[in-house]
Design a protein around this ligand. Structure first.
Ligand SMILES: [Zn+2]
Length: 595
């Protein structure tokens, strides 16, 4: 595997447990089980006889639940992180599966609480929630009830949970195992290199056109080899989702996601339509980029080609310095928090065989600090990835003020801090540069990142809509899915970018489709929201900082709509979303001026 500047940068998970065979894992699971059984014994009757149910009882129950969930989260995160860091190691695979099974068993013992709470009549529930003892849990208790029309009996819910381990979760694991074991063989300088997915995808940024073209062809060639299985997995999971929706009475395939995002579908619809109206902004940019590359028309593999002069290689130590400085310019407390991630080894950055691709930040619970995984490959893009994940990390740290139930944000606002972190680092880098060629590279890179987040994720979401709707008619074949994929992408690329036919496999490695349907629109949401917030920061200066910090500290203690109101944001207005695009236009204008 490649030898790069992040070699040896591994996370230290000893804050969680000592090793995969640490006895404390077993002890914790046993303890959770005992507590869960005691919990059921103590509260089941009380919860199921509402007339005598008191606010105090509900509060005590929630406090005990939080203790159990925190402990389970510690074990679950540990197993998940070990596995992500080395998916090929049998001990880690075993631990992950074992923990998943035992957690499910324990969660099943606790399931009655949420279900019983849902059964409480609206009036009585409202009366209980007015009690000040439940104030810290009000949002959680209220938002749980939004699932009331979609929740089944306790026995049915148990069956769902248990059967999912060998059902949809197993298909998810199969997908992860196939895609993280993928090896791409590429001829380069007379040698055959063996690359993993994230390494070969990063070649699409290379200046050498034929290398980009071969890299792209190799990716889709290899993916097509697994096409039958990948299609089967996706087709099965869509059907599984459709069945679930029918059993749970969801009106359409996006509805569960809107509900978990705590957002109403109308706001998302407006956002996506405004995004589509702005596709011509992308076409203009693609033509500009073709001019920069001296090509008559852009091909798909030219899309991310570097232009201008790149700052590279970009060693990991320098990334750290730049990010900390950029965060400090916003607020010194941001530097201090982010500094801990580096100093205390909460980041796993090196590239290793068997390690999960891409990047993520895990923020298990208010009692634990977050961990970051990435595959640092010495590019500017990797700097932005680290900035992104550290943004999540800061959010995860700041919201530790909240209780367990108010800790997590819905997906829509979950990307706010991460994308904001990227903006800070980008502006800092741009300011530092006086070389015109470097400025061109930075601006083009930023615009393309924003496109990948806004336009591409919009395309991904439209594709999912098409796939779900087609699956309602009949089983999906590789040909059919490929066609839908090309159709959704065609609207975005228009006649400005030529798509090769092999691109029909472009959908097949995207984990969101498998693990969390309709996840992708929250990227659009997050990015456009941040562009608007960032404009406000520039306008308002330091007086914006405390408002922003308060937003992050609030975690998931209210709906996104409510949390954003104090900042002057209305997500139902087309004009609000359009503001984000005006910011993008500002960037393309800046680039145009440099050329
Ligand atoms: Zn993110």
């Amino acid at each position: 595997m490649a030898n790069n500047s992040a070699a040896g940068i591994r996370w230290d998970l000893s804050d969680l447990f000592a090793a995969h065979d640490d006895e404390k894992i077993e002890t914790t699971l046993n303890d959770c089980r005992a507590r869960a059984m005691a919990f059921a014994e103590r509260y089941r009757a009380a919860l199921n006889s509402p007339p005598t149910l008191s606010a105090e009882t509900v509060r005590d129950a929630l406090q005990e639940l939080a203790v159990i969930y925190e402990a389970l989260g510690r074990v679950g995160s540990y197993a998940g992180l070990l596995y992500a860091a080395d998916t090929a190691k049998p001990e880690y695979q075993d631990l992950e599966q074992q923990v998943e099974q035992r957690s499910t068993e324990i969660r099943n013992l606790l399931l009655f609480f949420e279900l019983a709470w849902l059964k409480v009549e609206d009036d009585f529930a409202a009366k209980l929630m007015r009690d000040d003892q439940l104030k810290p849990y009000r949002h959680y208790l209220t938002s749980l009830r939004r699932y009331r029309p979609h929740t089944l009996s306790e026995l049915e819910e148990k069956l769902f949970n248990e059967k999912d381990n060998t059902g949809r979760n197993a298909f998810g694991r199969l997908f992860s195992e196939i895609t993280s074991a993928l090896i791409f063989r590429l001829e380069r300088d007379g040698k055959t290199e063996e690359l993993n997915l994230s390494q070969i995808l990063s070649l699409l940024h290379e200046p050498d056109r034929s290398l980009r073209q071969r890299a792209m062809e190799t990716v889709y060639q290899e993916l097509s080899q697994h096409g039958q299985v990948l299609t089967f997995i996706y087709d099965t999971l869509i059907q599984d989702n459709l069945t679930t929706d029918r059993l749970r009475h969801y009106p359409d395939p996006m509805a569960p996601r809107h509900l978990s995002n705590e957002i109403d579908g109308a706001a998302v619809k407006t956002m996506m339509e405004v995004t589509e109206k702005n596709y011509p902004l992308a076409h203009d940019y693609f033509r500009l980029k073709a001019k920069l590359l001296e090509l008559p028309q852009l091909a798909l593999y030219d899309q991310y080609a570097s232009v201008g002069k790149e700052v590279r290689p970009f060693p990991y130590a320098k990334a750290k310095e730049v990010i900390l400085n950029a965060f400090e310019a916003f607020d010194p407390s941001f530097r201090n928090l982010a500094g801990e991630f580096f100093a205390k080894n909460w980041i796993d950055a090196e590239i290793r065989k068997g390690k999960r691709g891409g990047a993520f930040c895990a923020s298990p619970s208010p009692q634990l600090h977050p961990y970051i995984l990435c595959n640092y490959d010495d590019n500017l893009r990797d700097v932005m990835t680290v900035a992104h994940e550290l943004g999540h990390g800061l959010h995860g740290c700041l919201s530790r003020k909240q209780n367990y139930f108010n800790y997590d944000t819905p997906l829509t606002t979950a990307e706010t801090a991460s994308v904001f972190g990227e903006m800070l680092v980008f502006d800092y880098l741009l300011d530092q540069q006086s070389d015109r060629e470097v400025q061109i590279a930075l601006l083009a890179g930023k615009i393309e990142d924003i496109f990948a987040t806004v336009f591409r994720q919009n395309v991904l979401t439209r594709f999912e809509e098409l796939a779900f709707s087609a699956r309602q008619e009949k089983r999906l074949t590789p040909e059919a899915i490929g066609q839908l994929w090309l159709e959704a992408n065609g609207k975005y690329y228009g006649d400005a970018v030529a798509m090769p036919d092999s691109y029909r496999w472009g959908w097949s490695y995207i984990p969101h489709f498998i693990h969390s349907r309709f996840y992708c629109y929250s990227y659009v949401f997050g990015q456009l929201l941040v562009l608007a917030l960032y404009r406000m920061y520039k306008d308002q200066g330091k007086s914006f900082v405390p408002k922003y910090v308060a937003l992050l500290e609030a975690g998931g203690s209210d709906t996104p709509d409510a949390l954003l109101k104090p900042l002057g944001v209305d997500i139902h207005q087309a004009e609000f979303w359009q503001k984000g695009f005006e910011e993008i236009r500002g960037l393309t204008t800046k680039l145009n001026a440099l050329i």
